[in-house]
Design a protein around this ligand. Sequence first.
Ligand code: FAD
Length: 470
Amino acid sequence: MHVDVLIIGAGLSGIGAARHLQMMCPGKTFALLEARERMGGTWDLFRYPGIRSDSDMYTLGYSFKPWTDPKAIADGPSILAYIHEAADENGITPHIHYNERVTRAEWSSADARWTVTAASTWTCSFLYNCAGYYDYAAGYTPDLPNRDSFEGTIVHPQFWPADLDYAGKRVVVIGSGATAVTLVPELAKRAAHVTMLQRSPTYIMTRPSHDKIADWLRAKLPAKTAYSITRWKNVLLGMAFFTYTRRFPAAAKKSLVKGAAKLSGIAADPHLTPSYNPWDQRLCLIPDGDLFEVLRDGRAEIVTDHIETFTPTGLRLKSGAELLADIVVTATGLKLQLFGGATLVVDGQPVRVSDAMVYKGSMISGVPNFAFAVGYTNASWTLKVDLTSTYVCRMISYLDRHHYREVRARRDPGVGEIPLLDFSSGYVTRSLPDLPRQGERLPWRVYQNYVFDRAMLGSGQLADQVLEFR
Ligand SMILES: Cc1cc2nc3c(=O)[nH]c(=O)nc-3n(C[C@H](O)[C@H](O)[C@H](O)COP(=O)(O)OP(=O)(O)OC[C@H]3O[C@@H](n4cnc5c(N)ncnc54)[C@H](O)[C@@H]3O)c2cc1C
């Protein structure tokens, strides 16, 4: 089967990409290949109690579809319903082909087309990878000694059993990231006791789950106008906060730690004081201080220690302390994976992604007619992906206008390389050797800055010294 544009993945990004194509390249044929049997990606896969966004939906939502639910920090099922609605109301759903896991994509310069291997074989002129950033088959779990000796249940949040009954049980959640801080207050509603066991703390910040200004604007203005104003408000506030924390790390650190200690009533040291500066890793946002509340009233606690071994009844820690548990949740993270694990081949040569350089945060060097959707690390995912989709559509129209069949970013050996992500989080540092690089300067540099990217990807000049058109 041949289409003009083939989109890999029917998650938040894939559906958004399809909508951009409909709006900006209405004459183009497209299809979405989805490995799973349902759309929604992350928001369909993750089913653990309390699953929610940790950024506001006015920026995690699409630019073209107002988020009208009063909850700014939304639960997983509401986000999934929003994705379904976007696909259904725009006639995208019939273009999704399920159970089509892409394993290989091969570019032929002679034919100026991709041959894509999934359950069936597809060809396309442009390949847009919206397969997310992690491995769907497995989460990350560190080596935990003697886990087989544990007589209770061990669960990874990526594969939460629908029938897991934790009412009245003692639960230990290993981890201190977004998943752990989401799970702990939710589990504490029914569990006998919840312990969040962390090796080292994370910055935790509370934010109202409802945005009063957004509510007011929605009541006074048409939905689209209200949404657009709120989106810009949140973009600018987010950027201002990020800039402040990077410029004044000591002051930011002090106020974040002090705020968390005051609201939770637990000791800042060792439980709430990270060893790194704010935004060296992603900050954890909690709605309405829910985690702080269960820590304050004793339904949950934080233990900062290292695991020595599992025991039949729980965990023994390096300090010698024992944690008794009926259920242990390994909220230890994701396994990063780019391009859905598919092998890329260009004119018979397999692409070594780790040797490639990212061009404008959207394409990679040496790989023609290919783009990928990966969001920001310091702001909502969709802010960037909406821009990437706009850029892809502009590029496809440019190729048509100039009767080109191919565009390729040619790597400049004179541009020094730096790691793609400057996060110190474990899941990032573990994966850096396998990721493409970014360059020291534009257009190879990735700035993680919405206003800058909006100018570059949304309206900036397309042809430059780097791109080769054929
Ligand atoms: C628990 C959790 C909470 C999050 N919360 C936030 C948040 O609040 N704010 C934020 O900005 N980001 C958040 N993120 C990041 C989040 O993943 C993105 O916001 C967004 O959902 C990603 O959408 P996506 O479509 O790019 O990727 P995904 O949601 O991962 O969807 C990718 C799709 O591609 C499919 N696919 C993968 N490989 C292949 C293949 N080889 N062939 C065919 N199909 C394939 C998958 O099955 C999936 O359907 C969160 C992530 C997680 C795990």
